[in-house]
Design a protein around this ligand. Structure first.
Ligand code: SF4
Ligand code: SF4
Length: 496
């Protein structure tokens, strides 16, 4: 039986490239990649990915990592959303003036009253009404009975069986992908020392802020982690597993950046937060284990894209504030969770996406604040910002460093925010179209064509929609929760 199980057959793919039947010349360029297609299909049955998604070695993502450059001391209170951090670059007076003017909210209200496209009254109301957001249940509610209470032994599945259960359960509750990695002495160094703790915009002149505002994160010599008023903890006595969780966001909303639609787009990553926190918390408690997450970057002690990349759910992007997946592209929300149920670690992926960024650079071209690196290659060195060291980045990855300070200053204080990089990313395409399956296969297997594909993506007109067409979103008939989740199950679940 052929394991070339995509809905695009090998012959269709070759034909799409105009290479079917070719033996030399152009086709020979592809031969190293096509030799081993069947070998690429190494993902487990419970986590089938498109055929062009290659598995790498455990712990070795397409982003180079130097663990010796990390020490677990990153202070997330200094990340680039805070008055305090911006003030290190532009001064407290200017920062506090910006905050006190309430400029963005006032401009958005004025635009709504003037019926500017993208700020209509219904669009404005939809944004204010958007549900979702972080949960406040690090250890979850105990709404189910434990095995002890049920009078049965704790569930004892193999790591692979347990991974299968977690994949199926999280998919049911709204994840498009999860990626699993083992917490070891290296990955402990990626954890933060302090949390942002839901205090966005609040950390100002007082430094350090009280731990009741920004909690400390600690590994403790216990079997079970906990949260109190000043800290959150994970158990150091148990083997823990890190789970990167990806949720889909609406591509069509992101294409309407910047506008109120962009605000709504950003909120779509949280539509599934409640079920994705409460469900696994209770499910694993019912099996006799523990699960920890707030489903929030500000309240959880790690960079969620890093968790997704290490567990094989995603690759890092040039715009290194986000990572992207082969299925959903740039329009994904990412979250992290931890558990003590034994799981099978998953290999980081290579879908050619991070490599594609080297020849693309579309997000950098369209970034209005010039925050996205235009370097040809990623670097270990973190660039300066306004001549000063960037306190909001931590070293140890070879990246295109996006300036979080200049980016946030732009989008936090202008009507409609920004989000152009999400909306315009070359991977923000309708993945179900055949041409995109072919293109993504080419990106993965024949990087030589990446420049050509970038130009094709531009000529297709993908990217943000013109301002005058913003309100056309209301005319679309989009799937439930605003995104096509069928693209996340490569075989739609039935191609066993
Ligand atoms: S959100 Fe806007 S300003 Fe920030 S990096 Fe993206 S394009 Fe640039
Ligand atoms: S627009 Fe291009 S360079 Fe930027 S993240 Fe997307 S693929 Fe990478």
């Amino acid at each position: 039986m052929s394991t070339f199980h995509s809905t695009v057959t090998r012959r269709e793919f070759m034909k799409g490239l105009g290479l079917a039947g070719a033996g030399v010349g152009a086709a020979s360029l592809t031969s190293p990649a096509f030799h081993d297609l069947d070998e690429l299909l190494s993902s487990p049955s419970y986590n089938k990915r498109p055929w062009w998604v290659k598995s790498r070695e455990i712990g070795n993502p397409t982003t180079d990592i130097d663990w010796s450059m990390m020490d677990g001391s990153f202070d997330q209170r200094l990340e680039a959303h805070h008055i305090h951090t911006h003030a290190l670059y532009i001064g407290f007076d200017e920062m506090e003036a910006l905050e006190s003017q309430n400029k963005r909210a006032n401009e958005e209200l004025a635009n709504m009253k003037a019926n500017v496209p993208g700020y209509s009254h219904p669009t404005y109301a939809l944004d204010k009404a958007s549900p979702g957001g972080p949960t406040k249940t690090w250890t979850g509610s105990k709404k189910v009975k434990s095995p002890e209470e049920l009078g049965v032994p704790r569930w004892q599945g193999s790591p692979e069986e347990n991974s299968k259960l977690l994949h199926a359960a999280t998919r049911l509750w709204g994840a498009s992908q999860i990626g699993i990695s083992t917490v070891d002495s290296n990955s402990k160094k990626m954890h933060f020392k302090y949390l942002k703790t839901g205090s966005e915009g609040l950390l100002g002149r007082e430094w350090p802020p009280p731990l009741t505002v920004s909690k400390e994160f600690k590994w403790v010599n216990e079997d079970v982690g906990y949260e109190n008023t000043t800290s959150i903890t994970l158990p150091g006595n148990k083997q823990m597993y890190l789970i990167g969780i990806v949720t889909p966001m609406s591509k069509e909303l992101w294409r309407r950046s910047p506008s109120i639609f962009k605000n709504i787009a950003n909120g779509t990553r949280g539509l599934r937060n409640g079920p994705l926190a409460q469900g696994p918390h209770a499910f694993l408690y019912g099996l006799g284990y523990h699960y920890y997450t707030h489903m929030s970057d500000g309240n959880d002690p790690i960079s969620s894209p890093a968790a997704c990349i290490m567990g094989g759910a995603a690759e890092m992007a040039r715009q290194d504030n986000f990572c992207f997946t082969p299925e959903d592209g740039s329009c994904v929300g990412t979250f992290a969770a931890w558990t003590d149920i034994p799981l099978a670690p998953e290999a980081p992926i290579d879908a050619g996406m991070f490599k594609f960024c080297a020849t693309c650079g579309k997000c950098a071209e369209f970034c209005p604040s010039n925050s996205i690196s235009r370097e040809k290659e990623p670097t270990w060195e973190i660039p300066l910002s306004r001549g000063k060291e960037r306190v909001y980045h931590f070293p140890g990855k070879k990246a295109y460093w996006c300036d979080g300070d200049t980016c946030h200053l732009y989008y936090a204080y202008n009507a409609g925010g920004c989000g152009i990089c999400y909306g315009t990313c070359s991977f923000n395409v309708d993945t179900s179209a055949m041409i995109h399956k072919l293109s993504k296969g080419m990106i993965s297997t024949v990087p030589l064509f990446n420049g050509f594909l970038f130009n094709i993506s531009k000529s297709f007109g993908y990217g943000v929609v013109p301002p005058e067409e913003m309100e056309s979103w209301w005319d679309l008939s989009l799937p439930s929760l605003g995104s096509d989740t069928s693209i996340e199950a490569w075989d739609i679940g039935y191609n066993k």
